[in-house]
Write a protein that binds this ligand. Sequence first.
Ligand SMILES: [Fe+2]
Ligand SMILES: [Fe+2]
Length: 534
Amino acid sequence: MIEAGSERSCGERVETAALRESSFSAKSAADGGCAIQIASAILFGEQEHAHMQSDPPAPQMRFGSEAKPGEVERGGAEMARAVTPTEKEPMRTSEVAQTLEAQHESASERAHPIAAEGISYEDLYRRWEHGAWSAMDLDFGQDAKQWRERFTEFERQAAVWNYALFFWGEDAVADNLSPFIDAAPLQEQKYFLATQQVDEARHAVFFKRFMNEVCGIGDGSAAGGLAAIRRQLSPGFVKIFERLDGIADELRRDRSAAKLAAAVTLYHVVIEATLAQPGQHMISTYLSERDALPAFREGIERVAADEQRHIGFGVRLLHDLARQDRSVPKAVAGLLREVMPYLAQVMMPPNWDERYLTCFGYDFERISVEASSSLRTKLRSAGLPMETLPGPPLIAAGLTVEEMSRRGRALAQAGIIGVREGPSRRDPETIALLFDTMRRQVNADHGLRRPITFQWDFTDEDVPSWRLTVDGERAEALEGADGHPDVRLIVRYQDFVDIVGDRLSPLKALATRRLRLRGRPSAIAKLTRVFPKG
Ligand SMILES: [Fe+2]
Ligand SMILES: [Fe+2]
């Protein structure tokens, strides 16, 4: 077993080499004294690197600039902090991408703008052969004893909720990978995807066994276990996995590069890198801190090492597809636009009870920052940085990763984005947050030569008017009516929020007169230039 110290020194050599060299070579690998390609280490991070030389695998592998545990300021009161004083200032939309680039660019990424080019399908396949393990051979005897004796009742409840997401997710990804194999253009890609499908089945078996043998859930069959956990799934999780089922079906009918790229974005980048990886890191961290559940922990670390390989493959494939077909960036952006509103609700514990995370030393903000960082970094590694994707902005501009995470949660909790489980909040802070987010998502390429003001006049007596003025690169949202807006939107507050949250089509709202527009037709037409649909 490799020592922590030796992992560190090897990783440091990788980082040093990344800073020194503009491209990796066999010589630089030899200089570093590491047996495997250093280029791959850029993509996989130092612990995967260590794993390749010795067992057991380490779970937490990071791409370039991802936030590390402990870097995130903790705390609640997300709504109060979701709009900081500086965020209320008018901003220049064109400056945002540059700001975010500067915040997130790491030394290794500067040296390797497209990390995907440093990894090969052949190397990924070889890693799979070397990383084989058995879910059936894990002995959960000690785990079952510790589960009863060292976890409180609430901790068991919280852990089962979290593990249920993994069990369901592993089963779903195993089920849905076949059309990816058919659609992949190269034989080497098909071979790797075949190994990945085996991995996903093994992961599902691993979770099924733990849930049944340690937690006493289900009847020992996969179907029985899945049926027993179905009601534990969070609303955002259900939406994301319904979309995975849908896009797998679409891929069966349409094997184009664009469709495959959208599917890989959902499967490898969103589900595996953005959702699963931070969750695995959380589980592995608290089990390690508690020195608990040895067999489960070993399995989680094996799963995490497999997922690193899958994610590396997805990044490389996305990069290659984008080179083949110019429509890929648009397909990637379209898929992200569909699913991003639901991300904040995936790790949403029942009743937003954050104790489901804090009882294990984590919190919502920490895990969502890890998720956001992972998403951004993988897209960048594929040569498709989020800020460069076509169409309207995917994220509210000008916010740090921490601010974006807080805002995502606040908007989801308020019933603005994602699955709405009751009336949306309509307090002044929520409405201010909504309009501030809208002004940050104004299309920077609107091409308007003159300032324009849109005004929302709500038919609800308790909701004041709001207006948004776009003037070149500046966008400003203010509460209250203006005497002479260019366009007035007359709408019920809840209908407007449902349009923003993609739960109500604006065309349907217009057709049914739930949304009425007032203003010159030429001004009304500019709405779609400021807020285009992807
Ligand atoms: Fe998996
Ligand atoms: Fe996977």
